[in-house]
Design a protein around this ligand. Structure first.
Ligand code: ACM
Ligand code: ZN
Length: 463
């Protein structure tokens, strides 16, 4: 059976093969299809050394593209015979999905005759790249987006801020990138959090950030491929990049440095000071101007409460707002940010810890610590993206003997089989399925310093 990933709704084998040459035109029946035709014609250039010709003139022995209103927005058919290839979709997005399936079928210059009908199960099909622990230049980010596009994923979740570096230009706060994007060195090999004296550092400053121009360019590149970019500004934890640049945002107000090793910092944004919320709103204001996505990811994971417990401003906020504890202070923080996002026409998405201390029904939960936290959220009526670490963390080792076969990485092992084992609907009633928007694979990059290594970890498990 011809291999198309993800597996289409139906695939029927035909007889013979279509031979594709540099003379095979891509025929578009309407102007709307021009961009997706050009993307396909260019993507297969490496096979022929030059792109195929895109034309409006009907032709034999062609790849012909059509729109059909009876098909859904993401639904297509692909028909390959010895004589010609026809892709029909409910929208230009769907036609591009048909062309991606076609790309996957090309074997040198031959395509097996086949009839494919396909539409996706989930509306949200995502992949996350952590561009903060290590920085990947814009050209690499586009290659990552190409990998998503080939597999018909439709969301790129871009993790842009961390303890180890702030990676997005914010005009109002220039020190975020001048200071917050640079760490003075990086730990070598696997970080030992139990005994700092065993860690070695490389002594080399490390930095990088995306200008607002880079970001506009990447968002547009993704949009042409029907991929929405969801930015993540992780808060109130994972904020040392910002704290190093603007120490007044922290509870202690001084002594912060961009982190040079991995782990979870106890230094987080102060939830007591009003200036913290002004900062968050101003940053998000610029983020909203760059990213048209309805969902805006504000992290919310791994926020230790140590500083809040000893901070007069945070304790005063707890008293004044009648909060029971620091967990509820985080809930207060998230609710405030969510209200601001709603006032600006957007919706909040966060990691599953945002449920601690209570979260509104409208928040979207990204379940990572445990699938069944997502299940519980879906039962309560929240919308959920499933990305449980034991199925979806693509930085985990790919072999059971990574010390022999792989570069250094997390000690956990995620096999291909285990990726496939995820059943996002497990323990849900059919009436609750609708709250599972979809699934996502995450590429965290503590131990991934270059894009070749990103690709090695991403494929084949993301596919
Ligand atoms: C996470 O892995 N901290 C979301
Ligand atoms: Zn505080």
């Amino acid at each position: 059976m011809p291999a198309i990933i993800p597996r289409p709704t139906s695939v029927e084998e035909g007889h013979g093969t279509f031979v594709i040459t540099t003379a095979t035109p891509v025929v578009v029946s309407s102007e709307e299809l021009h961009t997706v035709a050009e993307i396909f014609a260019t993507d297969i250039t490496p096979l022929f050394g030059s792109p195929l010709t895109v034309t409006r003139i009907p032709s034999r022995r062609a790849i012909s593209l059509y729109l059909a209103s009876e098909l859904g927005e993401e639904e297509y058919t692909l028909s390959v015979t010895r004589r010609d290839i026809v892709v029909t979709g409910g929208s230009s997005r769907a036609v591009l999905y048909g062309l991606q399936s076609l790309r996957q079928l090309i074997d040198r210059n031959r395509i097996p005759a086949v009839e494919v009908h396909d539409k996706p199960w989930f509306t949200y099909r995502g992949a996350m790249l952590d561009a903060a622990r290590h920085f990947f230049p814009a050209a690499d980010v586009k290659k990552f987006i190409d990998i998503l596009a080939l597999h018909k994923l439709n969301v790129f979740h871009w993790h842009l801020s961390e303890d180890q570096g702030w990676r997005i230009e914010i005009k109002r706060y220039p020190r975020l990138t001048q200071i917050g994007s640079i760490r003075k060195e990086t730990v070598i090999g696997r970080y030992d959090k139990s005994d700092e004296s065993r860690n070695r550092y490389d002594g080399k400053p490390y930095g990088g950030f995306y200008t607002q121009g880079d970001i506009r360019c990447i968002v547009a590149y993704a949009a042409e491929r029907y991929i929405e970019v969801i930015p993540e500004i992780d808060m109130p934890g994972h904020m040392l990049g910002a704290l190093a640049a603007y120490p007044e945002l922290g509870c202690r107000g001084e002594g912060y440095e961009v982190w040079t090793h991995w782990g979870i910092s106890k230094d987080v944004l102060c939830a007591g000071k009003e200036t913290t919320f002004e900062f968050v709103e101003n940053v998000l204001g610029e983020v909203l101007g760059l990213f048209p996505s309805k969902l805006i990811h504000v992290g919310g994971d791994e926020c230790p409460k140590d500083r809040w417990k000893e901070c007069p401003a945070c304790q005063k906020r707890i008293r004044q707002e009648g909060l029971a504890n620091e967990e509820q202070l985080q809930s207060y923080f998230m609710h405030r940010v969510e209200k601001w996002l709603h006032d600006h026409g957007r919706e909040l998405i966060g990691w599953d810890e945002i449920m601690q201390g209570g979260i509104s029904k409208s928040a979207v939960i990204m379940a990572w610590t445990d699938q069944f936290r997502g299940t519980d959220a879906a039962k309560k009526g929240n919308r959920v993206i499933m990305t449980p670490k034991w199925n979806c963390y693509l930085d985990y080792a790919q072999t059971s003997h990574p010390e022999k076969l792989e570069p250094i990485g997390p000690t956990r092992y995620l096999s291909m089989r285990q990726v496939y084992r995820l059943d996002p609907y497990d323990r849900l009633k059919p009436a609750e399925y609708k709250n599972i928007l979809g699934i996502q694979g995450n590429v965290w990059t503590e131990y991934i310093a270059d894009f070749g290594h990103v690709q090695r970890m991403t494929l084949p498990r993301m596919a």
